[in-house]
Design a protein around this ligand. Structure first.
Ligand SMILES: [Zn+2]
Length: 678
């Protein structure tokens, strides 16, 4: 637990413009605020505003808003404590834990230990990157990259001793600077064949805090069984760094490379480079991954999430592929919202990680049985994370990497754009051509699965689309002899599901009708906000107050605030509670928190706009405008009451005395109320 004092200090000392500029390069000063292209939605003209005085950002387009802490959480995928820590570090504030407790010291120790693990992984990534550029055997790794069409510009051809031109390998691909960027972004490297390459490198780093124990904990080094010391886990492999959303290397994935010629075997020497592998030993696994560690849990990470995060956010969509190479290859061809599952079944944690950046995921898995099974198994994870999922239809036996290489970016984008809804895809998979060839037991199981899918589906958007489905399912099932009974089961499920969806739609519409009837008039399909007299003036008044809360302490101003009503009263109340008169300081977060539960969302959006993009240059100017609006409002209320009085007078018509008395009394009441001289 970080102490509230520290959090307050971090909020106080953080330069929100400096933080946001790193993610929004287009940020330019405009008056008291800064304006740039919104990083949370696609736009051509800037509507993203940052106000350094209030430490607040707001987008007029997509309505994202908040503090520097919120920005790091929303834009970089940090958790709250991570964001606070990162900002504290920038501002040079020592993090104070909830003080004095044993747990705090313990927490600090754990965190320091984790920092060591990140540090050793970062060093190892650098070592592998260097080896890819300089090690005498690097040609094997470059050859594997070239096979995927990934040839960096810095590749100067192989060193003379390295056997680059293996039969069947294609190194003719043109060199591409985009490949350089991608190799760097993904920190792709080469683990050399020696048993002690990394071990020695880490040892030579001196006593800078990196211990062999830390390297063992993250699975880079393995303790020798005989005697003391360590050896490298990853040898002669192409290395992919697994980087978390915040950009820290948490693990590695090493791909096997073509065997090196085994020197010395012919001459009878046993000192082979690979003492653990005889000629007839089984082939090593294609991929070796880091074991789990305090900083890496399998199934909680997505390969490429750091590199893809901005693109995922902007396209509001993550594309999920199976292999590391698929991710790298698609990024190199300009499809950058792509992440990989890292060799596990898609988990709820992974789905939630995507949900932090986008509401939508498209499965772009190999078009084979394994790919289909992976889609089927991911359904629960998708549902429990609240993601919406679609399935792209890759040709059978083609992987995304291959498609991108052969057909380019447009082909991938087309296939992603035409992805089917998950429910539809799952049903089609169950009832595809292989259905007719399945045995009776298998058919029954698949029909039961489809019926279950339909019964469980509760997305009101998806369900009405199922109506047309019945015929197609019938068409498929007609082919089989036992189809009749099976079809009725499915048809029943479809009908039930559709009925459920329609009931839900009616319920939603009824609820909406109830609230909108009083609030908006609908004319030609355009929603028109009702004209409450004085609404514009009240809005203007709270706008100037938000910009200059110091006006709350101004007697002339505060007298006028009694004319406010409805939502604007709540805003002013929240503003008062968050305004510290003695320090002349507004706690923006407290202000927003005070309003949060009970203020209308449109009013909240307006507050966000004024916090991030002030209209006035000075307190004096704001006060003048505020009082002008207060006067307008006063006159308006007066004329309203006058109208009210004349209506009542009309009713009293016929009784002269009563009429005159009533009129006089009312006028006096009015004058008194608004402090006007008779
Ligand atoms: Zn936006």
């Amino acid at each position: 637990m970080i102490s509230p004092e520290t959090i307050a200090l971090v909020r106080d000392r953080t330069d929100i413009v400096a933080v946001i500029t790193e993610g929004v390069a287009s940020l330019k000063r405009r008056g008291r605020s800064f304006v740039g292209l919104c990083p949370f939605h696609k736009e051509k003209s800037p509507s993203f505003h940052v106000n350094p005085d209030r430490g607040f950002f707001h987008c007029f387009g997509c309505k994202e808003s908040g503090s520097a802490i919120d920005f790091l959480m929303k834009h970089e995928g940090y958790t709250f404590p991570e964001a606070v820590r990162a900002l504290a570090e920038r501002a040079g504030i020592p993090i104070e834990e909830e003080r004095g407790t044993i747990q705090a010291t313990e927490a600090e120790r754990t965190r320091n230990a984790r920092e060591d693990l990140y540090a050793v992984n970062a060093l190892a990534a650098t070592f592998f990157e260097q080896a890819l550029r300089t090690h005498e055997s690097r040609a094997y790794a470059l050859e594997e990259l070239a096979r995927r069409g990934l040839v960096p510009t810095w590749e100067q051809g192989a060193s003379p001793s390295a056997p680059l031109a293996a039969p069947g390998s294609t190194t003719s691909s043109s060199k591409d600077p985009k490949v350089d960027d991608v190799l760097q972004a993904f920190r792709i490297g080469y683990a050399p064949p020696e048993w002690d390459g990394l071990t020695t490198f880490l040892k030579n780093q001196g006593t800078g805090g990196v211990t062999p124990v830390a390297a063992e904990t993250v699975g880079l080094l393995v303790p020798r069984t005989s005697g003391s010391g360590y050896y490298d886990r990853f040898r002669h492999r192409l290395m992919f760094a697994v980087i978390d959303a915040q950009g820290r290397v948490v693990a590695f994935s090493g791909r096997a490379l073509r065997d090196m010629p085994r020197e010395g075997v012919a001459s009878g020497s046993s000192a082979s480079a690979f003492p653990d592998r005889d000629a007839d030993a089984p082939k090593p696994p294609k991929y070796i991954n880091s074991p789990e560690s305090p900083i890496y849990t399998k199934g909680q990470m997505l390969f490429g999430i750091h590199q893809a995060r901005h693109s995922v956010r902007q396209s509001e969509l993550a594309v999920l592929v199976e292999g590391n190479f698929d991710v790298v290859s698609l990024h190199a061809r300009g499809v950058t919202n792509v992440v990989g599952v890292l060799g596990t079944a898609f988990t709820t944690e992974q789905a939630k990680l995507i949900k932090r950046f986008a509401p939508d995921v498209v499965f772009l898995l190999d078009g084979d049985a394994a790919g289909r099974k992976a889609v089927r198994l991911s359904r629960d994870a998708i549902r429990s994370a609240g993601l919406s999922a679609r399935v792209a239809d890759l040709p059978n036996g083609v992987d995304p990497d291959q498609l991108a290489r052969e057909k380019g970016k447009a082909a991938i984008e087309h296939i992603v754009a035409s992805a089917k809804g998950m429910l539809e895809a799952l049903i089609e998979m169950s009832l595809d051509e292989s259905f007719t060839q399945a045995d009776a037991y298998e058919k029954q199981a698949r029909i039961a699965f489809v019926a279950k899918l339909l019964a469980e589906e509760d997305d009101p958007v998806v369900l009405p689309m199922l109506k047309g489905f019945t015929d197609r399912i019938a068409g498929r099932l007609d082919i089989v002899r036992s189809g009749e009974g099976a079809f009725r089961a499915v048809e029943h499920s479809v009908k039930q599901a559709v009925a459920k969806a329609e009931a839900e739609r009616r319920r939603v519409e009824a609820a909406a009708g109830l609230t909108t009837r009083h609030q908006v008039q609908v004319s030609n399909g355009v929603r028109i906000a009702p004209r409450t007299p004085g609404a514009a003036e009240r809005k203007a008044i709270i706008g100037y107050l938000i910009e200059w809360p110091v006006l709350l302490d101004d007697l002339e101003v505060s007298e006028e605030l009694s004319m406010l009503e409805g939502e604007s009263v709540k805003v002013v109340a929240a503003l008062r509670r968050a305004w510290n008169s003695s320090h002349a300081k507004l706690d923006t977060d407290a202000f927003l928190a005070q309003m949060e539960p009970n203020v209308d969302s449109r009013v909240r959006a307006f507050v966000g706009e004024r916090l991030s993009d002030p209209e006035t240059e000075s307190e004096t100017q704001a006060k003048v405008y505020l009082l002008e609006n207060a006067n307008k409002l006063k006159r308006l209320l007066l004329s309203q009451e006058a109208a009210e009085i004349s209506r009542e007078t009309y009713r009293a018509h016929g009784d002269d005395g009563a009429e005159r008395g009533f009129l006089r009394e009312s006028q006096e009441r009015l004058r008194a109320k608004h402090g006007l001289k008779p």
